[in-house]
Design a protein around this ligand. Structure first.
Ligand code: G1P
Length: 305
């Protein structure tokens, strides 16, 4: 029986997420020379924490980080820090103590190293033995989402899980991007089948504007089935020597039905400098403790510009 024909009750639940964090972050040098870009803060929480919290809010229990050199800060962030806890406790800083302690309890964290920087597809392949025979999410932390009226407070990855529960196929999260930015993304094509879903017919990594079939970009949220690993294992590296995530998805499309789902949340490409700044503004404006004052500052600043 093909996976999409299985009754909902027979489908295994989505319990695991892979978060690749091994990249060099060259777009943010020199800041990334010794600090992982995934630890850059949006206000006071690192990018990686947002994505972990999104995963947990979607019911994910186990998180596999694919790490590389100079990424120890990420492991430390999701671990206990007894000295800091002791200090905060002594100073009576209860709220801070709770915030620091709960990080290690959010999920089961597992780490695997990508020994060579051979691309996102290769990074995900490193988690193969930890995923087993289950569907799983892949979430890239420099793609962040904030709420807007369309998302109704639901985390971005929930859209993928809901779609999977309905149709039982791999699901690629997409957003519309301006036509002059399609060269920065994997661009998908497909037939609309209702409920914000497309049955995918193709995908192309970072096409020139003139070659792009649509302006629907994959944006860092994927729900895969274990068959994807074999496609990554067999994929030929591109010109840059990397195995792109797109290659695995192409392999899947040639063998089974794959859907793309429109993510209704507001998307920020925090892997680019402008997107990162926009994400900071959005997250700061949404904060109860800062939003109003920050907005007053921005309005004043723009008036005087
Ligand atoms: C990667 C993927 C690309 C995707 C993008 C945004 O590119 O290769 O298909 O659209 O992430 O999530 P990168 O931004 O790492 O160059």
């Amino acid at each position: 029986m093909s996976p999409d024909k299985k009754p909902t009750s027979l489908r295994p639940p989505v319990r695991k997420a892979v978060i690749p964090v091994a990249g060099f972050g060259t777009r943010f040098l020199p800041a990334t020379k010794a600090t992982p870009k995934e630890m850059f803060p949006l206000v006071d929480k690192p990018l990686t924490q947002y994505v972990v919290e999104e995963a947990v809010a979607c019911g994910i229990e186990e998180i596999v980080f694919v790490t590389g050199q100079a990424k120890r800060a990420i492991e430390d962030h999701f671990d206990r820090n007894i000295e800091l806890e002791y200090l905060l406790d002594n100073k009576g800083k209860k709220r801070e103590l709770e915030q620091v302690m709960e990080l290690a309890e959010k999920a089961d964290f597992v780490y695997v190293r990508q020994k060579e920087m051979l691309g996102l597809g290769h990074a995900i392949l490193q988690a193969r033995h930890l995923i087993g025979d289950e569907p799983f999410l892949v979430m890239t932390p420099d793609d962040v989402f904030s709420d807007n009226s369309g998302s109704n407070g639901r985390p971005a990855a929930q859209t993928l899980i809901d779609a999977y529960e309905k149709v039982g196929t791999p699901i690629i999260g997409v957003q519309e991007v301006p036509k002059d930015r399609v060269h920065l993304y994997g661009i998908v094509s497909g037939e609309p089948v209702g409920d914000g879903l497309l049955k995918m017919t193709g995908i192309i990594e970072k096409p020139d504007q003139k070659d792009a079939p649509t302006n629907l970009a994959q944006c860092g949220r994927y729900l895969f089935v274990p068959e994807i690993f074999e496609h990554f294992a067999q994929a030929k590296p591109g010109k840059s020597g990397e195995i792109h995530i797109t290659e695995g998805i192409k392999g899947l499309i040639s063998n089974q039905t794959v859907h793309a789902a429109m993510i209704p949340n507001l998307y920020h490409d925090a892997g680019s400098k402008l997107g990162y700044l926009q994400a900071i503004v959005e997250f700061a404006l949404a904060r109860d403790d800062l939003g109003e004052e920050f907005e007053t500052y921005l309005r004043k600043r723009l008036k005087n510009a």
